[in-house]
Write a protein of this length. Structure first.
Length: 255
């Protein structure tokens, strides 16, 4: 996990305030796919625990791992009692305890691709479920989206995260489903989308952007300028597309 992945701690409070949580529909989707009771779960790169709250409140014993100390402090403040928290990157987790579910919320692209899936499989019970979910948030109105792009253009060509394996955005199966389909460790790979539209105040939308890695990577002065430019270009309320792309796979019993 690189330095850029550890940049979020500087905005841990903003991350908790401005990033939306996850709906009950996501829990239902993952549990429906599992097809059996899930008693234990591990989250990798938990951030402030928005996804962990969803699973822990349903009675699952969750272990939430997070490598950044500031994020971990916010995570511990926010999650329900009973959640086990651990400061660790995915690459630091050693085989040993196995879980019925391992999930990653908008953080899988920060993990090292070397042995990603063999490591993931080693953390799962045979037949256990892996879930990855997340997705970009962007203005639903094309005119507002164009205004945001124009405002950021002097500083950033794009704030998107490109597909780690180069999968084109119009392909029917997106990353990480593409990698999972090639992995000897997993089968029954599925991709589903939970459609979601949200309304955010202009300041809240800019607050959300302030937690995105592309902006965090800018020098502080440039980051302040671009966010101010974007806020001036926005209406008072911003309707955003916030679809959640969900990838599910099952650890092979014999793997």
């Amino acid at each position: 996990m690189g330095e850029r992945a550890l940049s979020f701690g500087a905005v841990a409070a903003a991350y908790e305030r401005f990033r939306p949580g996850y709906p009950a529909r996501l829990f239902d989707l993952v549990m429906g796919y599992a097809g059996r009771p899930v008693r234990t779960a591990l989250e990798i790169g938990a951030g402030t625990g928005k996804a962990t709250r969803l699973f822990a409140r349903a009675g699952i014993a969750v272990t939430a791992t997070e490598p950044d100390a500031a994020m971990l402090a916010e995570l511990r403040r926010c999650v329900p009692a009973g959640v086990t928290t651990r400061r660790a990157a995915f690459e630091d987790l050693l085989p040993g305890e196995r879980f019925g579910l391992v999930y990653v919320a908008a953080a899988l692209h920060w993990t090292s691709p070397e042995s990603r899936w063999s490591r993931m499989a080693a953390l799962l019970e045979p037949g256990g479920v892996f879930a990855s979910f997340g997705g970009p948030i962007a203005p639903a109105d094309p005119a507002v989206d164009a205004a945001v792009r124009a405002a950021r253009a002097p500083f950033l060509d794009s704030d998107d995260i490109p597909s780690p394996d180069g999968t084109a955005p119009d392909e029917p199966m997106q990353w990480p489903g593409t990698e999972l389909q090639r992995s000897v460790w997993f089968d029954d790979v599925r991709q589903q989308v939970i459609e979601r539209r949200l309304a955010m105040g202009a300041a809240d939308y800019v607050g959300h952007l302030s937690t995105i890695s592309a902006y965090l990577g800018l020098p502080a002065g440039e980051r302040e300028q671009v966010l101010e430019r974007i806020e001036r270009a926005l209406p008072a309320t911003v309707e955003v597309n916030a679809d959640i792309f969900v990838h599910l796979a099952r650890r092979r019993d014999g793997a």
